[in-house]
Design a protein around this ligand. Structure first.
Ligand SMILES: [Zn+2]
Length: 145
């Protein structure tokens, strides 16, 4: 840890001294060049650190969204039996017992999956009258005439 700090400080000092020599070629004072080099390095470090933090935050948000999306495929919105009645979306698997920890009361809660069945009404696809009705209508109209 301490070795890493010394290495970082040595790199900072070396780059700052090089910056000071580089500034003297333009007629600027050596120490002004060193100070500018130090400030530019800290600014660059801050800029890169900020970019990395933003990148990591975006990546984490994307992973969180993917996790929630996966939960929505195999998750249920359940209500904790505690008095706060907290609703949570928890992952549910059919091949194992399902437990989760309530976010409010911090108790372990079991999820009991109960399946029910219902008949599905199929839509009528053919609305044309059967042919025997046409025969019947023809016979009726012949009888009337
Ligand atoms: Zn609870």
């Amino acid at each position: 840890m301490l070795r890493k700090v010394f290495i970082q400080l040595a790199i900072l000092a070396a780059v700052s001294v090089l910056s000071g020599f580089w500034f003297t070629t333009f007629g600027v004072n050596f120490f002004v060049g060193v100070a500018t080099g130090v400030l530019l390095q800290f600014g660059g470090f801050y800029f890169i650190t900020t970019l990395l933090n933003v990148y990591v935050a975006l990546k984490n948000k994307k992973l969180e969204n993917e996790r929630l999306k996966e939960f929505s495929y195999q998750g249920l919105e359940v209500t904790c039996p505690c008095f706060k009645q907290v609703k949570q979306i928890v992952p549910v698997r059919l091949n194992t017992s399902n437990y989760y920890r309530c976010a409010e009361c911090n108790k372990s809660v079991s999820v009991i999956v109960d399946a029910t069945t219902a008949s599905v009404t199929e839509p009528i696809s053919n609305t044309a009258l059967p042919s025997f009705n046409e025969e019947l209508l023809k016979n009726i109209s012949n009888a009337n005439s």
